[in-house]
Ligand binder design. Structure first.
Ligand code: F6R
Ligand code: MG
Ligand code: MG
Length: 384
C-alpha cells in the first residue's frame, strides 16, 4: 500500500494593515483563523497556523490533497476574503489590496496571493522551516537558498553527509518568460549563479535532493506587478524547507540568514535594503517602511499535523545580524534618492520619470562643442 503523502501549503496575501503598511490587525488574523478552523473541522485541511510577516497575512496549512488543490486554495481564498471584509469594516489601510479578482476559479495563483507548496512522504520525524518576508521580492531567497544547498562554507553536510554529498538540483524560474530551467549543484554552480545573481528576474523556485530527487525547498514566485500589469503592492515571498536527516540541518538553514544581504523592495517597492531576521513580535515594518524583514517558524509535521511553531529568529544568536542590518540600513539610507539605494528605473514599482521627461522634453538641448560654455567660462587651453 502506498504511504499517504502530506502537503504543506503556505498561501499569503496583503489584505490590509493597521497604521499604514505596517502590520496586520489581530481581527483579520481571527477572521482567517475562523475559516481555517472550519476547514479543519470538515477535514479539508488537517492543521493550520496563521501568522503575519509585517502587513502580510500568512496561512500555513497541512493536508492530504496535494499541491494546487482547488479545495485547499478555495479555503485560502475564502479566508482572505473574510479577512479583507474585516479590514474594510475597520477601514484598515489598503484593504483587499492583493485580491485582484472577484472570481475564484479553482486556484489562487494569478489572483494575487503568493503560494509555496510541497508534497512529501513524511519521514519518521519531519522538521520543516517556513520563512515569510515583508518589503521584498521572491528573489530575496536566492542568496540564502544558494548558501543552504550549494555552499559548503554554509552547509557542512554538503561535505560530510552522504545524502547531501550528491548535491541538489535547483529549479530556476525566469519571471519574465514564465519558464524554468533545472540546474545541478555542484557541477553547474557558475551557471546557477550567473542566473540567480539577477534576483529580480531569475528566482530559485524549487530545490530537490539529487540523492533521491526528494523535494527540499519551495519558494513563492508570484510577481504581483507582472500579474496585474500595474503596481498593486509587492510580492513579499514565502518559502518552505525540509530540515535534518539528509537535508540541511535546521542550524545550517538558519545560518544562511546570519548575513543581512541587500534585497529589493524597501519603501514603495523601489529601494534596496538589508534583510533583517526578526522574531514574530518584531514582524512589523517601521523605519522607512522597513527595513525588509524575515520571520522563520519551525514545525514538526506528524500525521499531516503541524507541531509547533518555534520562533526561529527569536534568539540572541541573531542579535549581531540585526545590528549589522541597522548599520547597513543607516548607510544605504544616506543615499536618499540615489541608486543603488533606489532601484534602477526598470525595477521600480512605480516612477514619475516618464512624466518628468515629458514635461522637460522641449527644454533638452545639445550642448555646443565649442570652447566657450553658456556661462562664458572658457575651456582650459593648453599651455606650453
Ligand atoms: C507596501 C509598501 C510601502 C508602500 C508605501 C507607499 O507594502 O511596501 O512601502 O509602498 O508605504 O504606500 P501608499 O502609496 O499606499 O501610500
Ligand atoms: Mg503592503
Ligand atoms: Mg507586505
Amino acid at each position: 500500500m502506498e504511504k499517504i503523502k502530506t502537503t504543506v501549503s503556505i498561501i499569503k496575501a496583503d489584505i490590509g494593515s493597521i497604521a499604514g503598511h505596517v502590520v496586520v490587525h489581530p481581527d483579520t488574523i481571527a477572521a482567517a483563523t475562523r475559516v481555517l478552523a472550519e476547514a479543519k473541522a470538515k477535514g479539508v485541511i488537517f492543521d493550520f497556523y496563521v501568522a503575519n510577516a509585517g502587513d502580510d497575512l500568512e496561512l500555513i496549512m497541512s493536508h492530504r490533497k496535494g499541491v494546487d488543490s482547488p479545495e485547499v486554495h478555495e479555503v485560502a481564498w475564502t479566508a482572505f476574503r473574510e479577512a479583507a471584509k474585516v479590514a474594510r469594516e475597520l477601514g484598515l489601510y489598503a484593504a483587499g489590496q492583493d485580491l485582484l479578482s472577484d472570481a475564484f476559479s479553482g486556484n489562487v495563483r494569478g489572483l494575487g496571493p503568493g503560494v509555496a507548496e510541497m508534497e512529501f512522504h513524511e519521514r519518521p520525524s519531519e522538521p520543516i522551516a517556513v520563512f515569510m518576508v515583508d518589503k521584498t521580492e521572491p528573489g530575496a531567497f536566492n542568496l540564502p537558498m544558494y548558501r543552504i544547498f550549494a555552499d559548503p562554507f554554509n552547509t557542512a553536510g554538503l561535505v560530510i553527509d552522504p545524502k547531501l554529498h550528491a548535491g541538489f538540483t535547483f529549479e530556476v524560474y525566469d519571471v519574465h518568460e514564465g519558464k524554468s530551467v533545472l540546474l545541478n549543484a555542484p557541477e553547474e554552480i557558475y551557471d546557477i549563479l550567473a542566473l540567480i545573481g539577477t534576483p529580480g528576474r531569475y528566482i530559485v523556485r524549487k530545490v530537490y535532493r539529487r540523492f533521491d530527487n526528494e523535494i527540499a525547498a519551495v519558494v513563492s514566485v508570484e510577481r504581483l506587478s507582472l500579474i496585474a500589469g500595474r503596481y498593486v503592492g509587492k510580492d513579499d515571498p514565502v518559502a518552505v524547507l525540509r530540515a535534518q536527516a539528509g537535508f540541511p540541518a535546521m542550524g545550517e538553514i538558519l545560518e544562511a540568514f546570519a548575513f543581512p544581504h541587500l534585497v529589493a523592495g524597501w519603501m514603495r517597492g523601489s529601494h534596496h535594503g538589508p534583510l533583517m531576521p526578526v522574531p514574530q513580535r518584531y514582524s512589523k515594518c517601521t523605519r522607512f517602511d522597513g527595513p525588509p524583514r524575515i520571520v522563520g517558524l519551525g514545525f514538526q509535521v506528524r500525521n499531516s499535523k503541524l507541531i509547533g511553531p518555534v520562533d526561529l529568529f527569536d534568539d540572541p544568536a541573531f542579535d549581531e545580524t540585526r545590528r549589522q542590518a541597522q548599520v547597513v540600513a543607516e548607510y544605504v539610507r544616506r543615499h536618499g534618492p540615489f541608486m543603488p539605494h533606489r532601484l534602477g528605473p526598470e525595477e521600480m514599482e512605480y516612477t514619475t520619470l516618464p512624466d518628468i521627461l515629458e514635461k522637460l522634453k522641449n527644454r533638452f538641448f545639445k550642448p555646443a562643442k565649442t570652447a566657450e560654455s553658456k556661462t562664458g567660462v572658457e575651456e582650459p587651453r593648453e599651455t606650453d
